[in-house]
Write a protein that binds this ligand. Structure first.
Ligand code: S3P
Length: 178
């Protein structure tokens, strides 16, 4: 567990580099660039969920409900983390909500980096109608609530926290690598 700011503790072992954080913080964009820099494959858990389900995240939420989505998400996270090849992983924003997933992250991810931003910035970035049905209405208010609710969960799994506010994507990549 860590306090705040850009701080890090020594890597426990080589393994996956996992990005966690709220919707819109840039996990996929930053993750792709990190994967290029590290010569690793990039995996986005939402993409794997969609491939497995043969349906979009939005369709899963609407047709099967959030719990069904969380079941799939947990299954995907477990399988991705069980991959022996070291990956760069973007773990969807809600992946830390279940205790079982946090345990998997602590046990099997080499390094977990929590990307953080002011919910007001996140609200500007998330677009309506995409793969984020939770922010269809009142995005800023919802993101503020999720930020408060999930903060302890992100903190519990994070080896490092990197602030995204006022930084370019490239600067965030450099901060994560440091
Ligand atoms: C969610 C985050 C989304 C997606 C779904 C739910 C969440 O992924 O899994 O809309 O609960 O935070 P991103 O974090 O990749 O946007």
């Amino acid at each position: 567990m860590i306090a705040g700011g850009d701080v890090a503790r020594p890597a426990p072992h080589r393994g996956h580099l996992v990005l966690v954080g709220l919707m819109g913080v840039g996990k996929s964009t930053v993750g792709r660039l990190l994967a290029e820099r590290l010569g690793r494959r990039f995996v986005d858990t939402d993409t794997v969920v969609e491939e497995r389900a043969g349906a979009s995240v939005r369709e899963i939420f609407t047709e099967r409900g959030e719990e069904a989505f969380r079941d799939l998400e947990s299954e995907v996270l477990r399988d991705v983390l069980a991959t022996t090849e070291p990956l760069v992983v973007a773990a969807a924003g809600g992946a830390v909500v279940r205790e079982q997933n946090r345990a998997e992250l602590r046990r099997r991810a080499g390094r977990v980096v929590w990307l953080r931003a002011d919910p007001a910035l996140l609200a500007q970035r998330v677009k309506a109608g995409g793969h984020r049905p939770l922010v269809d209405e009142n995005p800023e208010e919802t993101l503020r609530r999720l930020d408060l609710e999930r903060e302890p969960a992100y903190r519990e799994v994070a080896d490092a926290v990197v602030s995204v506010d006022g930084r370019t994507v490239q600067e965030v990549v450099e901060a994560v690598l440091r």
